[in-house]
Design a protein around this ligand. Structure first.
Ligand code: SF4
Length: 242
């Protein structure tokens, strides 16, 4: 099947609003999925894993927000390793500010870019206290106004903490959406909108998790595990593995 490589103009995980890293060039399937194919795929995802969960450990909306900010360009497993001890001592904005930037750095120094991330976490905690009464706001604009938080952060927090049917597009979701033909797009935002349009509303709450987990454990970037894939017969990727 024909395959074309689009230019790498998409953007994945964000570290603040300035340092953004482009995602890899998407591998685009020759054909976009039809509506019945989308339903078939998500029906299978749902049957295989009815209540998918995110893998970032957290205790409340605030610790989820902090974990997402720390996860930019880092793995969830690496973030969890650092935050287990951190969240024992600082699970509210007030406690995080009291902990201070230097001590916070000690907890998270195994995470890439930890100094910049620590600055953001302290600054966003201060803003939560002064502007939002110490609570994580439940709307996109307010979350995106927090230091270190971009669109993806807002989508993850709204989805996991508040049960909103948002679609956070990370590198895994971006790859799966393009490679399979589910929702092709050259940028993260294009893919986000294409997924929102393509996926029926009854699947949207969990769609983000299903796609991330599929990309993380089955549709791997270099060697997709097509022989184990539950949507292999629907997928339009031209280089499926045997
Ligand atoms: S068949 Fe292969 S390329 Fe297609 S979604 Fe499954 S793992 Fe990914």
């Amino acid at each position: 099947m024909a395959r074309k490589i689009a230019k790498p103009v998409g953007k994945a995980a964000s570290l603040g609003k300035k340092a953004k890293k482009p995602v890899a060039a998407p591998e685009v399937a020759a054909e976009k999925w039809s509506a019945p194919t989308v339903v078939k795929a998500f029906t299978r995802f749902e049957a295989a894993n009815p209540e998918p969960k995110g893998e970032l450990e957290h205790h409340n909306p605030f610790t989820l927000l902090v974990a997402v900010v720390l996860s930019a360009q880092s793995t969830d497993a690496g973030v969890n390793k650092a935050t287990r001890a951190l969240f024992e001592v600082a699970d509210t904005p007030q406690k995080m500010v009291a902990l201070g930037e230097e001590k916070l750095c000690d907890y998270i120094k195994t995470i890439g870019l930890y100094r910049a991330k620590a600055r953001h976490v302290i600054a966003l905690s201060e803003r939560l206290i002064t502007v939002f009464g110490g609570a994580v706001p439940r709307n996109r604009a307010d979350i995106e106004s927090l230091p270190g938080a971009g669109r993806k952060t807002a989508n993850v927090v709204l989805n996991i903490a508040f049960g909103e049917p948002t679609m956070a597009v990370d590198t895994h979701v971006f790859r799966v959406a393009n490679r399979t033909g589910l929702a092709p797009g050259k940028t993260v935002l294009e893919v986000e909108h294409a997924l929102e349009k393509a996926i029926p509303s009854r699947f949207m709450l969990h769609a983000h998790h299903w796609l991330i987990l599929h990309g993380r454990y089955t549709c791997l970037a270099r060697k997709p595990r097509c022989q184990l894939c539950l949507i292999a017969d629907l997928c339009g990727f031209g280089e499926k593995t045997e």
